[in-house]
Design a protein around this ligand. Sequence first.
Ligand code: ATP
Ligand code: MG
Length: 751
Amino acid sequence: PLTDPAALLDGLNEQQRAAVTHSGGPLLIVAGAGSGKTRVLTHRIAHLLSARGAHPGQILAITFTNKAAGEMRERVAELVGPRAQAMWVMTFHSACVRILRRESRQLGFTSSFSIYDAADSKRLMALVCRDLELDPKRFPPKSFSAKVSNLKNELIDPEDFAGQATDGFEKTLSEAYTMYQARLREANALDFDDIIMTTVHLLQAFPDVAEHYRRRFRHLLVDEYQDTNIAQYTLIRELVGEPGGAVEPAELCVVGDADQSIYAFRGATIRNILQFEQDFPQAATLLLEQNYRSTQTILSAANAVIARNEDRRPKHLWTNSGGGARITGYVADTEHDEAQFVADEIDRLTDAGDARPGEVAIFYRTNAQSRIFEEVFIRVGLPYKVVGGVRFYERREVRDVLAYLRVLANPEDTVPLRRILNVPKRGIGDRAEAMIEALALRERISFAQALRRVDEAYGMAARSANAVRRFNVLLEELRTVVESGAGPATVLEAVLERTGYLAELQSSTDPQDETRVENLQELAAVALEFEQERANAEDESPGTLADFLERVALVADSDEIPDEEDEGGVITLMTLHTAKGLEFPVVFLTGMEDGVFPHMRSLGKTKELEEERRLAYVGITRARQRLYVTRSVLRSAWGQPQHNPPSRFLEEVPEEFMDWRRTGPTVRAPEPKAPVVARRGGAPAGGFATGRKPDRPVVSLAPGDRVTHDTFGMGRVVAVQGEGDRAEASIDFGGEKPKRLLLRYAPVEKL
Ligand code: ATP
Ligand code: MG
């Protein structure tokens, strides 16, 4: 490690050095992509420790993604050694969860509160909307979820909102928000947005708690500051404290780039960066102007694109890295052709020794676009991983088993409890569930308590009541395992065995169930790894079930990239949003078509288009040496080939930087369907969360099942016909007559 403060400054330019050594008042560093902002943060941390006598425990560094936090921790550890361990280098969410676990009692939670991820909160909102008997067409639960999330990002709690709701829609929303929040509370749970909002409320309501953290964190560093929302901004202010308070304000250093603000749709506001000087009157501002990441060609292309945005301050970013190769452009006939081109090109680069798979990234605008690359890569045998998208933790079997663990960790947790009530099938049908719910309402007790008092439920068939009793016994048994001090891995094993879940899958002849077993094995491995990791870390407690679930909840929502498989690494597939802050020697920007990127939703809307353009800027500036831009003339949408014009961003790159490998589409009749990919056992790249299999299972439904549909909301299956890809269901969504849906394509999910 570099303990010599002078050596620490060697690898920095003058402005970077000034930023690293700045002391006293708040510091804002605004600079374009690749100018070393993140590097400045890591070196600043090292400098605080080695030259300014700061203790690791006094430092709180916040980054936007788990991946970025991991990298930053590594980089600091390289600079200062194992002392880095005691530092808080983490995402907003992780930091807040830590604070909340410690302070939960102040707020009336128990420290084992659950964290609801996006899917959980949607499910809970769907339940709330059903209980309020809302018409899902007028009040789609999904849009309610999104609206509640926005409110929380602006720190508007249910009472505030009730006071400001004006029209009928808002009043209904307000009612749902209130009930949703009450249900969370009942379940001793927080959703993702609550984590930040609740921490802010905690610090504002309990001055002694706030003071405690202000004394503790003397240095706050925030990366990607342009993407903070109001809640996060307020959190930072609360942690820093005011001049003249009981504690001197902490030293704040934030870095960001207004041109890379890409989360306005999640409530992030560039205002936070533009008004930093007003908000923090003693603030100093530093600019970084040299880009160390990309070639001049790539940088010039990025600058040309972003210059089209009206609403921005111009920057003068330059680089020493030389002109470099021109940007390769390719116009494909179809999306298959596009993916094939990318695969061929990667093959060519790796054969020539110009790049390893791990140095290559493929970006696209929306998750769904990964599928075609996956198909082609599997077929030609290129190793890859998908970051984001339908992930391991979203698979049904994984969620089922985690639901058991969550119920064991927190008996009052209603959402997972209802999920597993009849999973695997044990004869507790919908009617029995409804009776339990009625009992809960009548007695004003939670669903979990009602379940235990099944004897008081009116009119329940003896058989159902017995099934509920057996279920209670099962949970009691499993709880004994937990209380006996077993670690998460053992508890998980007990769940798999005692519930019969595993046995049922193992005896099935459905090949999908085989994959499910593999996924559960993988989950067991995750739990074991977690136990071992905790056992090896000295200052950490041996991981409890709640710790494990917390880890999973944070990872499941993240963008975590698994470890490289072998030395060559694997190709990374990700959306442009997850690419933020990262860099790759070779980048493919794909789907450069108006209506794809820029996204359909943004066309014709100036502000939205500017945000899309910033996303293009982010994408282009991830590339270090080689950049490819591709588009397809035809792309199928909803099974129909669609003719897409080139992305306007493509046309904004001056021709002098481009080298078109192919411009003329030879548009023919739409290609035949993609070749059927051989199904292989297990995930292609080995680990969980790595290669997602390209085959999407068709949801299997039976009459009576409850479902949610992306647009129609909640419904109940009336009848099912056909099998596999041809399976069709009639579903009653409360309209005049049931809707018939082809399940292969319908965005329905079983509840
Ligand atoms: P982004 O806006 O994309 O987040 P950034 O401003 O955070 O970019 P970094 O990721 O910190 O930029 O740096 C970009 C690359 O340039 C990294 O590989 C980094 O190591 C390198 N770099 C930064 N400053 C220097 C320097 N003074 N000397 C050599 N390399 C540098
Ligand atoms: Mg950065």
